[in-house]
Design a protein around this ligand. Sequence first.
Ligand SMILES: [Fe+2]
Length: 373
Amino acid sequence: MRHPETAPSHASCTVAVAVSRLAYRCGGSAGIFVRMDRLPCFTRLAQGQGAPEATRRLVQGRTSRNHEVVAQPLQFPLASRRLERRTPKGFECNNASHQPGPSAKPMTSIVQISDTHFGTEQPAVVQALEDHVREHRADLLVFSGDITQRARRGQFASAAAFVRRLEADGVGDTLVIPGNHDIPLYNVFARLFTPYGNYRQHFGDDLEPVFENEQMLVIGLNTTHPRRHKDGVVTARQVERVARRLGESDPGKIRIVVAHQPFGAMVPSDLSNLQHGAEPALQRWAEHGLDLVMGGHIHLPYVLPLSRQYPGLAREIWMVQAGTTLSTRLRGTSPNSFNRLKLHPGDEKKVCVERWDLSAGRFVLGSHFNLSW
Ligand SMILES: [Fe+2]
């Protein structure tokens, strides 16, 4: 529904963005668009407040064609001013500070893979990931959905065999959740009556597994639904269940929620891909000590402090997004990638997030960030 107070400025925003688009088509630079990004009307649009659909599509279409803009985070100016006073910033990860001393316990690590879309996987990339795990190992493998391309039995069988090989190569435990592609799309009967039949056959009946040890609590959420094509939704029941589980756990543990669709957007074109119900869920979970949410879905890896997008959060919650790990379904200039999280639980908890990118047939360290609270 259009917000009555914003309608006139959105009309002018539509004209302004159209001018930007025309300038771009005539050979203008991305800078024109970036300046448009600073217009108050654009900010309201980006925050989804009363955006006319035509304007939203115009902005989204313009953005998705520009990889330089895609590489920059969405700006929420009012929120980010508060952020400087209220929350710590992410900083470049100093890997040296993350090496355990001689008497320290071995570091706990999570490998997050996502959106493998088996059926479109690349055998050489599958091999590269197995080589990485054999060399570096991991305490936990988090698989954040879109395991398959079309939820077919053979695609799940290939994916399950791949996970078993990773476990044999050096993964301690595995936590898997479904994505929207893991429900049949064309087989309407299966979609209506046994939407998770093939998933369950290969990955078990539990669609919302939980993993907990001395260092971490990882809560999986199924945010897919057979009646929704792509969108994810967090229900009130899920919000309360997660809040209760967070409240019962040791505050020194790293507390994580994994869901397929993202809770925070990096670029305007992804605002329509956010979880339905994201804001009230995050508000509630922040009150109960959530540290981090992990997701996939949009094939764009990034790390974001969610208090920029949701200024009322009681504490910082970091968003760790994974790209597509194995699939040919690459987005823009982002290569195949996965995340490796190194956990430092305790009074001064820290997490080092490494993104490993495919380059020349092998996964190499692409970026790293230290997260703190
Ligand atoms: Fe996907």
